[in-house]
Write a protein that binds this ligand. Structure first.
Ligand code: MG
Length: 473
């Protein structure tokens, strides 16, 4: 009996040496899972008001956790938005912006500079296992891939699922037709494992399920140590694909099928956490990188009651349906205060007990007090950048548009000498200009905007750089 006890103690000590969190005396920080959708609209899930798309797993997650109704990304398109999520810094500070090429393309030579510190790099200093699964879109040259940015492993597509098109078109209608009637071979997108291509073109019909399989494998393999999982689904970005099992399931059509498959797979991740008894020690955030892509009619998503869409600085482009969940820790409810993906870095660093970078400006706030139901959101202001220009600023309930422009049209920018002012608490759809009634609000927001712009030093733009052999394409 004594021998067995001694052997057991020895085993515990040895495990403790390899993995300090296996020993009970070391308090284990929470696991963190970020589930990021691509181009999901504010109005595309049941708990955010969609009348036909069925999302029971997300709805349960929202009921058990917090549903954030004013949660923003830092930019209205993929690359800059993702760079801000992972660094806690506005794209204008990291070089991940452009006025011409708004995202990275397969011939791009730039990427998220290695000098930037990602959430993965930060959490690794606290002993976290890290994995990136899904769409990356922060640089495809070898020095910019996920494993160079703090991730132990990677499985996914390095850029958007509509890039590397193999078809030719001469009119807009022809282009839209290819996008709305997709076949795998139309896009020669690589699927990568770590730093190697393992499938090309990626079979996108099974990709949502396969990303989730990988996520479950990663969670199971790391159940005895803290982990950070960045699960960036490539759906529902056009072209839309779903597996056989989900074909024709939704009365919302193809787009609804895709969202219902995403919902089922979010459910699989949460169920895995429950089964492994990790749910009470795992913070899960569900959100999207930008608003719905409105170019494709019914195959694009919906921003619900919000105005605008992906690519623009009205609410529909940058306000995302966001759910934060950790049973027993997150105080359930609806949070109407302002939050942002920029706040994830400071929030995670607080929860993990690791100091956020001090040698650079972070644009985020620690939201842990809100998550625990102890305080209201410390974020009062949101900046709406488009490339190198500050288009709008929200401060409290009011949002002032200094510049407006359609999401993707060839219309010129309209610079407003007196900004257009909306009260988002009263008028979330941005319909009623209240500038004449509130000159003092405009003056205050103008001061905030000018001070903010002045404090941003010039930086090299990463998005306009191209690899030499394809320059001029
Ligand atoms: Mg996107």
């Amino acid at each position: 009996m004594k021998r067995i006890l001694r052997a057991t103690l020895m085993l515990i000590c040895l495990t403790g040496l390899v993995n300090p969190y296996a020993a009970q005396s070391v308090k284990r920080p929470p696991n963190i899972v970020v589930i990021l959708c691509d181009d999901l609209g504010y109005g595309d899930i049941g708990s955010f008001g969609n009348p036909t798309i069925r999302t029971p797993h997300l709805d349960r997650m929202a009921a058990e956790g917090q549903r954030w109704t004013s949660f923003y990304v830092a930019d209205s398109v993929c690359t800059p938005s993702r760079s801000a999520l992972l660094t806690g810094r506005l794209p204008i500070r990291t070089g991940m912006f452009s006025d011409t090429r708004r995202v990275l393309f397969p011939d791009s030579a730039g990427g998220l500079p290695q000098s930037e510190i990602t959430i993965a790099e930060l959490l690794k200093t606290r002993g976290y296992a890290t994995a990136a699964i899904g769409k990356w879109h922060l640089g495809f040259q070898p020095e910019y891939l996920p494993m160079k940015q703090g991730f132990d492993s990677y499985f996914g597509i390095p850029y958007s699922n509509d890039m590397d098109a193999t078809f030719r078109f001469s009119t807009r209608d022809e282009y839209v037709n290819f996008m709305k009637n997709p076949k795998i071979a139309y896009w020669n997108v690589p699927l990568m494992r770590n730093e190697k291509t393992v499938e090309r073109p990626a079979d996108q019909t099974t990709i949502t399920k396969r990303y989730t399989d990988e996520a479950i494998k990663f969670i199971s393999a790391n159940k005895n140590r803290p982990f950070f999982l960045y699960l960036a689904h490539s759906m529902p970005h056009m072209p839309l694909f779903r597996s056989k099992e989900f074909e024709g399931r939704s009365s919302r059509g193809l787009y609804g099928d895709v969202i219902e498959e995403l919902d089922t797979n979010v459910g699989r991740v949460l169920e895995t956490l429950r089964q492994l008894k990790l749910d009470r020690n795992t913070l899960v955030i569900f959100t999207s990188d930008n608003g719905p892509w409105a170019l494709f009619d019914e195959q694009g998503g919906s921003a619900g009651l919000l105005r605008g869409a992906k690519g623009g600085t009205y609410e529909g482009g940058m306000r995302e349906p966001t759910i934060i969940w950790q049973p027993g820790t997150i105080k359930p409810g609806v949070v109407t205060g302002i939050g942002s993906t920029l706040d994830l870095m400071p929030t995670f660093s607080k929860l993990a007990g690791v100091e956020a970078p001090k040698d650079r400006v972070l644009d985020g706030y620690d939201l842990s007090g809100v998550l625990h139901g102890k305080s209201s959101s410390p974020r009062k202001t949101m900046f709406y950048w488009r490339g190198s220009k500050l288009y709008a600023v929200r401060h409290g309930a009011f949002k002032a548009h200094f510049i407006t422009k359609s999401e993707y049209g060839s219309d010129p920018e309209v610079v407003h000498n007196t900004p257009v002012l909306y009260n988002l608490d009263v008028d979330p759809s941005e319909k009623f200009d209240v500038a004449p009634q509130h000159p003092e609000v405009i003056a205050e927001i103008r001061r905030i905007a000018e001070a903010h712009k002045k404090a941003i030093p010039p930086i090299e733009n990463q998005l306009d750089k191209r690899v030499p052999s394809t320059s001029g394409k």
